[in-house]
Design a protein around this ligand. Structure first.
Ligand SMILES: *[C@@H]1O[C@H](CO)[C@@H](O)[C@H](O)[C@H]1NC(C)=O
Ligand SMILES: *[C@@H]1O[C@H](CO)[C@@H](O)[C@H](O)[C@H]1NC(C)=O
Ligand SMILES: *[C@@H]1O[C@H](CO)[C@@H](O)[C@H](O)[C@H]1NC(C)=O
Ligand SMILES: *[C@@H]1O[C@H](CO)[C@@H](O)[C@H](O)[C@H]1NC(C)=O
Ligand SMILES: *[C@@H]1O[C@H](CO)[C@@H](O)[C@H](O)[C@H]1NC(C)=O
Ligand SMILES: *[C@@H]1O[C@H](CO)[C@@H](O)[C@H](O)[C@H]1NC(C)=O
Length: 379
């Protein structure tokens, strides 16, 4: 039936051309009439809560700030923002769009993009090439409540480590239920100033490197499950020249021996915001005690930290006990020195008597006449 299809195709083309003509005639693009509010003076477009399933293809080229929020985009494919169509777009808010996948190149063709908000999307896939192969000019990236999937967290770490976002100065990763962070995740972010890791479930920072964050000013760790910060982490905080606002509230600090270094750092450092309000969560008897008011005598060091150091302390303890016993023994000897002297004399006298008796008997035995006498009498 190809013969009958051709004229229909021609008709469709004509119709489309006509529509395009109308679009030109009425200045503002279609999507500004129906799906979005376009505020030309403010260079802002808002496509909010509209059930959109794709980015409108005809957004006005003047747009600097674009909100596409509360829609049903599901995925952001390559070319979602056509190359060169939006040369001025600098702030893009894509939060709450049920986005699951951000594909390779999806955000690569936005040469002026500085701020991106992908919060509140149930991401399961984030392409390492989402921002393209060259560097992205992005400065602020928000991913609140968007990284529930461990694979996406690893993808994000790969993107960050690739150096594609070297101009990033603010990174928001709050509300993600993160337990651990991939090692080396923040090593290629030399411009980072603000890092928000609040309201996750981080249990430790032992493997997290903050080296190379020479510009970092604020680090928000509120609302996690941190029990202690170790020397290695504290040393990194101390060495970051610009860091002056570390927030540590609402964590589960464990006030045993291992917290001594953290307490010492808190006392000396002015990097910690609201440090007076930090309190112990464990053990029971320390519950609610201010970390700043802890001194080493409060700490229950019977909880084994690690075996070698515990062994060491028990050896020291044993040594002290033995030394004490020795000292007491010597003291007793000293106090009883008269009695002991007397006792020694007694022993010596007793010995002498005994020896004399023995000597006498030996003399008798040694006398051959007496020996013979005794042996003869046996016969
Ligand atoms: C979006 O879809 C929901 C249900 O699917 C509907 O209730 C709502 O009215 C729609 N909103 C718009 C702006 O079309
Ligand atoms: C993006 O939009 C959401 C919903 O309107 C808003 O809560 C959020 O603050 C916006 N993000 C930015 C970076 O302005
Ligand atoms: C990063 O910022 C610098 C200075 O603002 C700029 O020269 C450079 O082009 C930016 N990098 C990218 C990839 O846009
Ligand atoms: C923390 O995250 C949970 C969900 O993960 C959210 O319901 C809650 O509002 C967040 N709290 C704050 C203070 O952001
Ligand atoms: C820390 O890293 C080491 C190796 O790099 C690994 O064996 C260990 O499990 C990691 N610990 C945590 C808590 O991630
Ligand atoms: C931590 O560092 C301090 C000094 O910087 C040192 O006195 C302390 O013994 C260290 N603690 C551990 C557990 O290594």
């Amino acid at each position: 039936m190809p013969g009958r299809g051709a004229p229909r195709l021609g008709l469709l083309l004509l119709l489309r051309l006509l529509l395009l003509g109308c679009g030109w005639a009425q200045q503002p693009p279609d999507s500004c009439q129906t799906l979005c509010r376009c505020l030309e003076a403010a260079k802002t477009v808002k496509c909010v809560d509209g059930n959109l399933t794709a980015v409108p293809p005809d957004l006005p080229p003047y747009v600097r700030t674009l909100f596409i929020t509360g829609n049903r985009l599901a995925r952001l494919p390559a070319g979602a923002f056509p190359a060169q169509r939006l040369p001025h777009l600098s702030a893009l808010n894509l939060s709450g769009n049920h986005l699951r996948a951000v594909e390779a190149g999806a955000l690569a063709s936005l040469p002026a993009l500085r701020q991106l908000d992908l919060s509140g999307n149930p991401l399961v896939s984030l392409s390492p090439l989402a921002f393209g192969e060259g560097g992205s000019p992005l400065e602020e990236l928000a991913l609140r409540g968007a990284l529930r999937d461990q694979g996406v967290l690893l993808s994000l770490a790969a993107v960050l480590q690739s150096g594609a976002l070297r101009n990033l100065s603010r990174l928001e990763l709050a509300d993600n239920g993160l337990l651990l962070l991939p090692a080396g995740m923040f090593t290629a972010l030399p411009a980072l100033r603000h890092l928000d890791l609040s309201n996750n479930s981080l249990v430790g920072l032992r493997n997290v490197s903050f080296h190379g964050l020479g510009q970092l000013q604020s680090l928000d760790l509120r609302g996690n499950s941190l029990g202690v910060l170790r020397n290695g982490t504290l040393a990194q905080f101390r060495s970051l020249p610009a860091l002056r606002r570390v927030e540590l509230g609402h964590n589960t600090w464990v006030c045993d021996c291992a917290i001594e270094d953290l307490v010492a750092w808190l006392k000396e450092s002015d990097q910690v915001e609201g440090k007076e309000a930090l309190t112990c969560a464990y053990p029971e008897k320390m519950l609610g005690k201010a970390l700043l008011k802890i001194d080493s005598s409060d700490l229950d060091c019977s909880v084994p930290v690690d075996l070698p150091s515990q062994l060491q302390t028990s050896y020291v303890f044993l040594g002290i006990v033995l030394a004490l016993i020795g000292a007491i023994f010597l003291l007793v000897l000293y106090l009883n020195r008269k009695g002991i002297k007397k006792w020694m004399h007694n022993i010596r006298d007793a010995c002498r008597d005994h020896m004399e008796g023995y000597h006498y008997r030996y003399e008798i035995n040694a006398d051959p006449r007496l020996t013979n006498l005794s042996s003869n009498s046996d016969v």
